[in-house]
Design a protein around this ligand. Structure first.
Ligand code: CA
Length: 227
């Protein structure tokens, strides 16, 4: 397993290296400080995952994502300094798969990496159909011929919601399904992904929507006549 870390802060570089050497012996961590070095590394190497800082000295993290996505579907986790939802949503829209807010713990970082690498995120999960709404093998959400690509995590959340329409899926269930049983609080992360899913649902002419039950979970509401 090889990780590419694109990060200019020496302390965070070291923190990530220690996290892997302690929690994931055998993982090879390649660190570069500049966005362009990261892009160049990816042109001739095939690491398994990228951990990317948004604030780099040369090009922005956004530009790095754009360059990588031209030729690679490698999982990308973005690091942000503060929990800025606008930055995060922009990254997800550009093709990042997950994000993590600094400061974070070693357990959390490794849990995120494991979740993204877990084979089932990329293997065929079968399609789920609810009325005219379909999620297919490749995490495409399709309605009446219009399709939207979901990140692996959004695909998991949408599957959980589609499997239990009109029932609350708890945040705890989502956390276990996506990251396994880890000791950190994923509420704000899930909220951001739900926000993107709501946005996608608002773009298709169906009357499905996601309601929230504060602090407990989310429900995909499907009106009777459409199910
Ligand atoms: Ca930085």
């Amino acid at each position: 397993m090889q990780v590419l870390v694109i990060e200019d802060d020496k302390e965070i570089q070291e923190f990530i290296q220690i996290a892997f050497s302690v929690g994931w012996p055998g993982a090879e961590v390649k660190v570069v400080s500049l966005g362009e070095q990261g892009v160049a590394f990816l042109e001739s190497n095939t690491p398994d995952i990228v951990i990317l800082d948004l604030g780099l000295p040369d090009i922005t993290g956004y530009e790095v994502i754009k360059c990588i996505r031209r030729y690679s579907q490698i999982p990308i986790i973005v690091q942000t300094v503060r929990d800025s939802e606008i930055d995060v949503v922009r990254c997800l829209n550009m093709g990042a798969d997950d994000y993590i807010t600094k400061p974070y713990g070693q357990m959390e970082l490794l849990a995120r990496v494991r979740a993204l690498l877990r084979r089932h995120f990329y293997s065929h999960e079968g399609q789920i159909v609810r009325g005219k709404l379909v999620i297919d093998d490749n995490n495409q959400l399709i309605y009446d011929g219009t399709s939207f690509h979901l990140t692996p995590i959004e695909g998991r959340i949408m599957r959980l919601l589609l499997e239990h329409p009109n029932h609350i899926v708890s945040i705890e269930e989502m956390k276990l399904d996506i990251w396994g049983d880890n000791e950190y609080n994923p509420v704000s992360t899930i909220r951001v992904h739900i926000g993107r899913l709501r946005n996608i649902l608002s773009k298709i002419p169906c009357s499905y929507w996601i309601s929230s039950t504060s602090g407990i979970g989310y429900t995909l509401v499907i009106p009777d006549q459409e199910d």
